[in-house]
Design a protein around this ligand. Structure first.
Ligand code: BTN
Length: 270
């Protein structure tokens, strides 16, 4: 059970839409975001999702003990135009990894480009950033964090499935250190970090996000293979992200800056 009164006190949240069970918090946020009178930022929060979505065709199941929520955010075009929206997913990854680090100081946490968080080499959080159809200034950031749920093996319930992500091993905080955490506390920690990073973005200070991202980038100095939209593949040595959030990859033909895609293989992958 979430403590909604505590969550309401978070700077980032103007309204909470709470559900014991729902298909997908992101679907609900997109639905509410399509209406005029929604008070923003809106947090859609669920104890359980029955039809959670991941990137592409992936699905995301959320067993008890997992944290699943979506934020419907307003991005004024003069402060954060749609061309810069890829920054939002990177900022969310940094926010989650910083929040989890504060809650589990000994945990080995990294961001995996563009917007996953890894714990001890396994996926602990997935982030899905989407624009609201018909709106130039609204976007939904859906976040799923494995907190107290267990048994995160590929293909299991509580795991995401789908062609791209098959073979990805998952991890939860409780599996890592045996400590069950209060989900309200974890959520507030993430929202507070997200509030800070959202302010950075609206202030035009993506470099602050990028600096934090570089400090915990999983892929830097590793050989990576990236599938780009359209099917082309980039392979080479990862040199971190550039000032626009693109992944720098040193290939045989020189350095390439990748704007979007899925890292399907990397050195040291579990
Ligand atoms: C991914 O790793 O592919 C992204 C997973 C995003 C999952 C979250 S859980 C809350 C929100 N609602 C959804 O349906 N998806 C996101």
């Amino acid at each position: 059970m979430f403590d909604l009164a505590r969550i309401e006190g978070c700077g980032l949240v103007a309204r909470i839409d709470y559900h014991e069970a729902i298909g997908s918090t992101s679907d609900r946020a997109l639905e509410l975001g399509a209406t005029e009178e929604t008070k923003l930022p809106l947090l859609v929060l669920a104890e359980r999702q029955t039809a959670g979505r991941g990137r592409g065709t992936n699905r995301w199941w959320s067993d008890e003990g997992a944290l699943t929520f979506s934020l419907l955010l307003e991005a004024p075009a003069e402060r954060l135009p749609p061309t810069r929206w890829p920054e939002v997913a990177l900022a969310a990854g940094v926010a989650v990894s910083d929040a989890l680090r504060a809650l589990a100081p000994r945990a080995e946490l990294h961001v995996k480009w563009p917007n996953d968080v890894y714990l001890a080499g396994r996926k602990v959080c997935g982030i899905l950033s989407e624009s609201v159809p018909g709106w130039r200034d609204r976007l939904v950031v859906g976040i799923g964090v494995n907190v107290n749920n267990r048994g995160q093996r590929p293909g299991d319930r509580g795991q995401w499935t789908g062609a791209r992500e098959q073979g990805v091993s998952a991890m939860s905080l409780v599996e890592h250190d045996g400590v069950a955490r209060d989900l309200t506390t974890v959520l507030i920690a993430v929202l507070d970090e997200m509030d800070r990073r959202w302010s950075d973005l609206l202030a035009g200070e993506f470099e602050k996000v990028a600096t934090a991202y570089r400090a915990s980038c999983l892929l830097t100095n590793k050989m990576v293979t990236i599938e780009q939209p359209g099917g082309s593949v980039v392979a080479g040595l990862c040199a971190g992200i550039d000032d626009a959030g693109r992944l720098r990859v040193q290939t045989e033909r020189g350095e390439v800056a990748v704007l979007s895609g899925t890292v399907v293989a990397w050195e040291g992958r579990d």
